[in-house]
Design a protein around this ligand. Structure first.
Ligand code: FAD
Length: 420
């Protein structure tokens, strides 16, 4: 049992055992609550299962920004593009797209940048605190990140990005030629230059991290109920969590159900413009080589990284909702791009597993970390888009501060549930 746990009889329910819910459950235990975690699946089987495992603290630009909007049409129309809007879902996504475009306006952009900066600045330290407490610091690896460009005429673009990052206290090194080849020998010669982020971290394996968090939670006396939660409803000063089988009462509840949080909130009368941003991965257990860094392509817009489960290739932003099955073409696009950058993958007999998951995304790229406006015993922690792994531990600390009415150094107004 952790030393900073003070025993209490207050009870908390956490709905959703993804990386965000798991971190919240552990943090609530640390603060002395009796915690029950609900998930319809085993822990860590939602978006948290198959992400790239990269702690992307340098991603300070919201998804909706003037540069992305200017290139959106070409990104969408190219067959190998990272953006895809399935026609069958197009009419349903239009209202969200309009909000997304609106979020690129100057005022929202400023707020979003500020929010991302505040969360990302604290993200690694929060992970270290969480993992030290459960004796699992080996789950974070400082392996560095390479952001690569193939076009020689984009060296200035890299320099500009480097200058912008420096303004935000993120140091990088522009690498080319022999130095780049030594850093990452498997990269294709077509890669002309890269920015090296020497201090960047990843996790050793995202699903393994979730199972590690989950076992610590159970060892500390946490209760796991594997049932679908149908409703969360205030009951006087308490809260009732309804499942298909029974209902349970707690002193407080936290909704950490990723993209599915939207339905639970709607049943409480709160509408949030939360959308599923579908992303795809390939995992190659035996590629015959291992990358040394996580690698992102600035031009092709996908990421590859070394994980304990193998070489993982991730990417695609597909606004296709929750019901459509994965599209085979998206996996083929990832295969194509990864083979262009890593010639060692051009071996037809390589075993590859394929996966698609739902990033929980709000138009302004910020999560909701807040309390119910009328029922403060209900808290919300969801909507972390591409950064849920990065921001899970800091989100848990902030959510518990809210529950305990403690002040925080972060401007929590940015993450309000009713900001839309
Ligand atoms: C391809 C891809 C790559 C990514 N790469 C990165 C990366 O490198 N770095 C990074 O920081 N982020 C990355 N992300 C984003 C990150 O994975 C997500 O933001 C994060 O996993 C969200 O975590 P979560 O706990 O909020 O949601 P989830 O992991 O989706 O968990 C939600 C859980 O709630 C459960 N649930 C939902 N509704 C109910 C209900 N009614 N009753 C019971 N249980 C319920 C679900 O079963 C699920 O287990 C990536 C995402 C994708 C798809």
């Amino acid at each position: 049992m952790s030393q900073n746990v003070e025993q209490s009889n207050a009870t908390v329910a956490v709905v959703g055992a993804g990386v965000v819910g798991l971190c919240c459950a552990l943090e609530a235990q640390r603060k002395g609550y009796q915690v029950t975690l609900f998930d319809r699946d085993a822990a860590g089987c939602g978006a948290s299962f198959g992400n790239a495992g990269y702690l992307a603290t340098e991603l300070l630009e919201p998804l909706s920004n003037p540069k992305v909007l200017r290139s959106a049409l070409s990104l969408w129309l190219s067959p190998k593009a990272p953006l895809f809007l399935p026609l069958g879902y197009f009419h349903r996504i239009v209202p969200w797209l309009l909000r997304f475009v609106g979020a690129a306006g100057a005022a929202t952009l400023r707020r979003s940048r500020k929010g991302l900066m505040q969360l990302n600045r604290e993200a690694i330290a929060a992970w270290q605190r969480c993992l030290e407490d459960i004796g699992a610091t080996e789950q974070i690896v400082k392996s560095g990140y390479l952001l690569v460009w193939e076009s020689a005429d984009k060296v200035d673009e890299a320099r500009q990005h480097q200058a912008w990052l420096r303004e935000h206290s993120i140091e990088t090194e522009l690498v080319q030629g022999e130095r780049l080849a030594q850093l990452e020998p498997e990269l294709a010669k077509r890669v002309n230059h890269a920015l090296l982020f020497p201090d960047a971290c990843r996790v050793s394996e995202p699903y393994q991290l979730c199972t590690r968090l989950f076992s610590a939670f159970i060892e500390r006396g946490g209760v796991f109920i594997q049932q679908s939660v149908t409703q969360v409803r205030p009951s006087g000063q308490q809260v009732t969590v309804f499942t298909e089988a029974q209902d349970h009462r707690y002193d407080a509840a936290m909704i950490c159900a990723g993209v599915w949080s939207k339905t639970l909130l709607r049943d409480m009368g709160i509408n949030v413009p939360l959308e599923a941003e579908r992303g795809y991965h390939l995992t190659i257990p035996e590629a015959g080589f291992m990358l040394r860094h996580t690698i992102g392509s600035a031009e092709r817009r996908f990421v590859m990284g070394p994980l304990d489960s193998g070489l993982r290739v991730v990417g695609m932003t597909e606004l296709g909702g929750l019901k459509l099955p994965p599209f085979k073409q998206r996996f083929d696009v990832l295969r194509y791009h990864s083979r262009q950058l890593l010639p060692g993958l051009n071996t037809p007999e390589l075993e590859v597993s394929e996966w698609m998951g739902h990033r929980p995304t709000l138009p302004d790229s910020l999560p909701v970390i807040d309390r119910h406006p009328q029922h403060p015993q209900i808290l919300f922690a969801f909507g972390h888009q591409h950064l849920g792994l990065t921001q899970a531990a800091v989100t848990a600390e902030l959510t518990l501060k809210l529950l305990q009415n403690e002040a925080s150094m972060i401007d929590m107004e940015l993450f309000k549930v009713n900001r839309f």
